[in-house]
Design a binder for this molecule. Sequence first.
Ligand code: KE4
Length: 433
Amino acid sequence: MSRRPYDRSARAFEQACKLMPGGVNSPVRAYRAVEHVPVFIASGKGSRVYDVDGNQYIDYVCSWGALILGHAHPEVVKAVRDAAGLGTSYGAPTIAEAELAVQITSVFASIEKVRLVSSGTEAVMTAIRLARAYTGRDMIIKMEGCYHGHSDSLLVAAGSGAAEMGRPASAGVPQAVAGMTIVVPYNDLSQVQEAFRCHRGRIAAVIVEPVAANMGVIRPEPGYLEGLREICDMEGAVLLFDEVITGLRVALGGCQELYGIKADLTCLGKIVGGGLPLAAVGGSARIMDLLAPIGPVYQAGTLSGNPIATAAANATIRLLRQMKPYAQLEHRAAALEQGLIEAARAAGVPLQVNRVGSLMSCFFTDRPVRNLADVQSADMARFKRFFCNMLDAGIYLAPSGYEAMFLSTAHTQEDVERTIDAAKEAFSWLDDP
Ligand code: KE4
């Protein structure tokens, strides 16, 4: 495998590390899991990104899923340019925010009202506060391996069982806060039932990525989401779907459309902002009207509904509603999945590919992957080699076996074929010293 030059990225990283912790503004970008110099990106166009050394890549990170229309889509760029020319921020209501609220509530049947915020973390933090206020309860249940941003209540690791309180998954998170979160395995309804049995009347919400994508991609088992819905209905708890990744990704209406399950509260991010800092929390008016200024739940944000981000958001959702690209995305991603499976089989490499629409991930194992324990039993050393080999071949994957691959409407059949060819070679070099 010919090694590419990463000299300028290496020099830029050395400089960055002097002034920013780890040289990055979000940990995964430091490439520590793959022990490779982090690639500094100079630009993107369509399905491609270009690094500061002039290397070109087919991009399967797509800004962690945000860019379903590819990089620098001309209509999104025009909307951003036009908005910026009128002003970058007002801190005042704008018509565009109301237009985005109409678009979001038109696409997500369970969302009657929506509050725009600036990140997925902020959307989830707000949703948890709303659920606690709505139910008058303090505890929440999250699934092991699901990630919901970095607010204290969600940076929690599993206790020793469903009855046990969570424990901090990060320094700086007080046990008093972590102890209000119970962590149970994904795809295990019995553990959710056990948690409610042990803490009856105290659990405000169950939060879940309806398709998990932060431990690689893991599909909900048949009946899992329906079971969570039933349990929350029986227990009077809020069902909170974190659709920051899956919203507008697996279907226009996200997992709620795909699986026909209505959440009480939904968090959106990434695609909904068109690649700009915009996210949202939405749900029934009964719950959402608890938010200030009309309700007792405080939430605020200087740049919430920012006009440039809102312009990108409106353009993106308008395009998705016009293009209806999901059948094409399904076709391309299915071809990629099949090609990767066949290439791995030909190379004698055990590989599982979990995929839902244009959201997928590879696991180097011969066993099905249905929860975090299964992911952790996969061969991450092989993933690291695969990542590096693919990077050298011009294929830009997420630098962690716990992340996902994303396709955009800009990815062509030729991109898919090139990726499969690169994988064939990458698999053949997998165990070379
Ligand atoms: P942000 O605060 O990063 O906008 O969103 C947090 C979040 C919430 N919910 C889900 C399901 C998410 O996947 C995320 C953020 N995802 C990660 C990647 N898996 C963002 C990349 C990063 O942390 O740099």
